[in-house]
Design a binder for this molecule. Structure first.
Ligand code: NAP
Length: 319
């Protein structure tokens, strides 16, 4: 549990609004609900602050002309939510019961109840699953070209993947990199025709088919990757200053299976505005949005969900 529990709702077990997740969507929702005087609990999850805690400079979040460190931005959002009385616990939700109201939310340490719940658990980039990946994460290995591309000016860049994201990122990265190589495990792409064509016709992009990244090497920072042909087993070292892993995302929705309607990829389905399939449960950010996936869009969705919660609670009170 966090030492940062604060506000007049401290130690309560029942809240007007419980927010699950603490990325830009969760904290923004918390700023809005607590400022609207709703008893608010934010349960931060295993990585308080979310994906931005693992990035360095954030250059595209409005309001910071010189950029801001991801962790600093998230600490600011956290403090802003606490300022209005949101209680924040650094714990992980292991079970929810949305079948009856008030909703029950169980963490490792406690069981809470809520009139309304906001699901802001985000998504995690799929990992290659090789040992050196973690070691070089933030040291040349990135999972978001929009976020990190400009840091790789003049570098030889490698992109892994054959879907829409990989094609879009490879094309985007040609603006910065000296060269862009796409390493894909098949000899065809699953990306939409239009994005494929754009990438295939781009003279700065080279495709390396039927290959996987087997190792990442370097001292403090990435300098080479070892790729392996999946048909012949032949290995080759390529020099690179940046490896972009674009092999999809996994929404963090395991605990909502059987409780909320999820799509075939596991993302929360929104019914109207930010409302989910369960009345009183709202969702915001990457947990339902696999298209934009930006800190600023997640924050925007968090604001929208909080306004929807406030409206929904007040309508119930007056009905
Ligand atoms: P995706 O469609 O699931 O594609 C993932 C790619 O990564 C596939 O080519 C897959 O290979 C490869 N891959 C998966 N695991 C791998 C591993 N362990 N090692 C190596 N390669 C691996 O994911 P996405 O490209 O992120 O797209 C997600 C969704 O967002 C899609 O519905 C997409 O259409 C949508 N999206 C749309 C746009 C747009 O319309 N502008 C942009 C981005 C994303 P295989 O092909 O062999 O399975």
């Amino acid at each position: 549990m966090s030492d940062s529990q604060s506000g007049s709702f401290r130690d309560q077990k029942h809240y007007d609004a419980i927010i699950i997740g603490s990325g830009p969507a969760g904290y923004t929702a918390g700023i809005y609900t607590s400022r609207a005087n709703l008893g608010t609990l934010i349960i931060s999850g295993t990585l308080p602050g979310g994906q931005l805690m693992t990035t360095s400079d954030v250059e595209n979040y409005p309001g910071f002309p010189n950029g801001i460190f991801g962790p600093e931005l998230m600490m600011n959002m956290r403090q802003q939510a606490e300022r209005f009385g949101a209680v924040i616990v650094d714990d992980e939700v292991i079970k929810v019961d949305f079948k009856k109201r008030p909703f029950t939310i169980t963490t490792h340490a406690e069981t809470y109840t809520a009139e309304a719940t906001l699901v802001c658990t985000g998504a995690s980039p799929r990992k290659l699953g090789i040992p050196a990946e973690q070691q070089f994460s933030g040291r040349g290995v990135s999972y978001c070209a929009t976020c990190d591309g400009p840091f790789f000016k003049g570098e030889n860049i490698v992109v892994v993947g054959g879907g829409d994201t990989a094609m879009e990122e490879a094309t985007f990265l040609t603006k910065f990199g000296k060269s862009v190589r796409v390493v894909h495990r098949r000899d065809f792409l699953r990306a939409s025709k239009i994005l494929q064509q754009k990438a295939l016709e781009n003279p700065k992009i080279e495709f390396i088919w039927n290959n996987v990244v087997a190792d990442i090497r370097g001292n403090n920072k990435i300098s080479t990757v070892l790729i392996k042909d999946i048909n012949t087993g032949k290995e080759k070292t390529i020099e690179t200053g940046g490896l972009f892993v674009a092999i999809g995302h996994e929404p963090n929705t395991v605990i909502f299976k059987g409780q909320l309607e999820l799509d075939d990829k596991g993302y929360v389905v929104l019914k109207q505005h930010t409302k989910t399939s369960v009345e009183g449960v709202f969702a915001a950010g990457d947990v339902h949005d696999h298209r934009y996936r930006q800190a600023v869009t997640a924050a925007g969705f968090g604001c929208m969900a909080a306004i929807d919660v406030e409206k929904w609670l007040s309508e119930r009170k007056h009905s």
